[in-house]
Design a protein around this ligand. Sequence first.
Ligand SMILES: [Zn+2]
Ligand SMILES: [Zn+2]
Length: 264
Amino acid sequence: MVCDYHLHSEFSFDSSEKIENICEKAVQVGIREIALTDHAEFPLREAAPWPDFSERDAVITACREKYGAILAIRSGVETGQPWRDPELEKELMKADPDFVIASVHELDGYSDPHMFPFTKENVKDFIYSYLAQMTQLASLCDYDVIGHVTYLFRFIPEVLTAEFPPESFQDGYETLFKAVIARGKGLEVNCSGLRMASIGKTMPSAALLKKYRELGGEIVTVGSDGHSCRSAFSGLEAGYEVLREAGFSYATSFLKRTPSFYKL
Ligand SMILES: [Zn+2]
Ligand SMILES: [Zn+2]
């Protein structure tokens, strides 16, 4: 069974892919289940409007009718920085998603990570504040899995990540993973890192997933983070392999926010 639990459609501000096209390709390549996880960034702003969920639900319903038993389609959302507005987060959940990824795409007090002038002197502080922010997200917010927990590293120059790889921040990741596990929540294996020269691995890597498992982590989803049919479903097999390497035998799918487990 192959599932893609991180996909963006034209209902995301940064994608123009039709849900119908995603479903069509999913069936062609033998995917059994998909979760549409369009962006809802906090704060809500004009440049990154949220999906119209009722409009999206109508498209999903039509696709469910068309694909019936051959493709399960879950309605999901990827929140970004939801701790910034708990009331708005509650409002968002009224869309009644099957599955919620919560992510950190920006850091409080800093501008866009693309713009940040990382140096040998400041990079560790920056990574620790990213980890603290993800731990806050894991402790306070409404989610099923935390998204791409090594995302920040894609913005750090290679010469610095060679010296300070994610795996060298075991203490910060341990605190994060414990917070996730205490809430009965999970992590995702985001396969988009495999497509980026600056990362070249899943986010997170097998080493960090192994740490999560050793601490008692059981819930893990696998997703391509595709924003078009070209990138949708890419790297999923490698993602499953990374999970096996980390000692997992099962991955997770969701229906109405309830996890179930399928064998790897
Ligand atoms: Zn994301
Ligand atoms: Zn995404």
